[in-house]
Design a protein around this ligand. Structure first.
Ligand code: EPZ
Length: 428
């Protein structure tokens, strides 16, 4: 078992490179399973969710491997249509294999997907949409089995809510369905646009991605391609949050400026300055300005739910009040107990979260409660003077490749240590 040890209170200086977005990569890797021949997804960060995607594809008889940061998928026919339970339970994105598997085998079986426990996260829209396209479903509490021996057919379908994952499932399903599919009330996140771009590069006919309505003309097959996904806007927000909370000045390369406007606008009120040059941003903390921030999270282009914990971390040294209302997930504020240990006053009432600085604390043992809660705990610890540990860091490794290296290269004092059995028992 491993944990992070942080000696916080240092300003950050240096350069950070934004990797390809995990939330673009995961659906693109699943979609690569629908492409004939070989596909190569470039500049893939080494994340545990990426390794899980590789293992899922290999478990079905096809080949996936990562070499020099490139993720390759070579499709082969086989009879396997079921993804093992231990792989489904590692991540939510295992549900994204339903549509590719239905296309390849006419049958798909997965176990209830795991992932961060940020809410109930049902998969009803994925299944309902696929059934409307002609699949038959047999589901119980543990397993989902879908069958469509004669393939799927195009329909007009309105999503109950603009779910990112369900929009991705239905785009993939429609890409090779017979006829035309019109999807309404779609998610509009940049990662949706990127999936459509990837599939179109492979020969699909998808228009409207990034808008409420997406129209897909089904094609009979897709061909292998090489592709570089969009930069990770949540990673970029993590660096902005850290510079805001710790102070200092950083250059962020491969910066997805068009998706950062909202987050930058809020942090500007607390004294962060950002300058944009070509594909880079220079960000620095010009002043400590007390600001009361009131914000609702929401579906893109509203303020991203994944950036909520990072905004909380950005505010740990601000003497204003953060008031955040979460509209997407029921349990997004798990980090509040950890922030309390850092001397913050945090109040969670249903979907509402209020945070204010209360007192200085110089040591605490923190736990990563989920991926973004874990990243927020790291940023908050970096910003506070004192020595802190963060455990349960498997969550953080799902979305950040060696987060300790990212921040060490900016001058932070953070390292990963192995925890011996005896120490584990004592801290439990
Ligand atoms: C994606 O999750 C992201 N994950 C999440 O990022 C992100 O928080 C979320 O979108 C919202 O932006 C990936 O892309 C891999 P949803 P997803 O389906 O697709 C409900 C991170 O930290 N819903 O848009 O699972 C659901 O319960 C992760 O990187 C249904 O009710 O999110 C939620 O309340 C965490 N039925 C809302 O929709 C369904 O069938 C939005 O979920 C599907 C979803």
């Amino acid at each position: 078992m491993e944990k992070l040890v942080v000696k916080g209170g240092k300003k950050l200086f240096g350069t950070a490179d934004v990797p390809a977005a995990k939330n673009a990569l995961l659906p693109i890797i699943a979609a690569a399973y629908m492409l004939d021949g070989e596909s190569c997804i470039k500049q893939c960060p080494q994340l545990s969710d990426i390794f899980a995607s590789r293992d899922i594809i290999n478990s079905t008889g096809s080949t996936a491997f990562i070499h020099n940061g490139d993720f390759s998928v070579i499709y082969s026919d086989s009879q396997i249509y079921e993804i093992p339970q231990e792989l489904c339970s590692t991540m939510r994105s295992s549900v994204l294999y339903l549509a590719p598997m239905l296309y390849r085998r006419g049958k798909a079986a997965i176990y209830m997907p795991g992932g961060c426990r940020i809410g109930k996260r049902p998969v009803d829209i994925h299944i309902d949409g696929l059934c409307r396209m002609g699949a038959r479903a047999e589901c119980d509490d543990e397993k989902i089995v879908l069958t469509a021996e004669d393939g799927l057919k195009g329909v007009t379908y309105k999503l109950r809510i603009p779910s990112v994952g369900a929009t991705q499932t239905l785009i993939m399903a429609a890409a090779t369905a017979k006829g035309i599919t019109v999807l309404k009330n779609c998610a509009r996140e940049p990662e949706i646009v990127d999936l459509a771009r990837f599939l179109n590069r492979a020969g699909a006919k998808i228009t409207g991605a990034g808008k409420n309505e997406i129209i897909i003309r089904g094609v009979s097959s897709l061909s292998g391609v090489e592709y570089t996904p969009v930069p990770d806007r949540i990673f970029a927000a993590t660096i902005l949050s850290a510079v805001n909370a710790c102070g200092g000045m950083c250059r962020i390369r491969n910066y997805p400026v068009e998706y950062m406007e909202y987050f930058e606008k809020i942090l500007r009120r607390t004294g962060l300055v950002s300058l944009h040059f070509s594909d880079s941003a220079f960000v620095f903390k010009a002043a400590d300005i007390a600001a009361d921030i009131n914000i609702h999270t929401g579906y893109y282009p509203a303020f991203s739910t994944d950036m909520g914990p990072l905004l909380s971390a950005a505010m740990v040294n601000n003497s204003g009040t953060l008031n955040m209302y979460e509209t997407v997930f029921e349990n997004r504020f798990s980090y509040s107990t950890e922030f309390e240990k850092l001397g913050m006053c945090c109040k969670v009432e249903g979907r509402n979260y209020i945070q204010k600085r209360k007192k200085e604390v110089y040591t605490a043992n923190l736990t990563a409660k989920d991926l973004r809660a874990g990243a927020a705990a790291v940023v908050a610890a970096l910003a506070k003077k004192g020595c802190f540990t963060i455990d349960n860091i498997g969550y953080i490794d799902r979305g950040y490749e060696k987060i300790e290296d990212v921040f060490s290269s900016l001058g932070a004092d953070i390292r990963r240590v192995s925890v011996g059995r005896q120490e584990t028992d004592e801290t439990e």
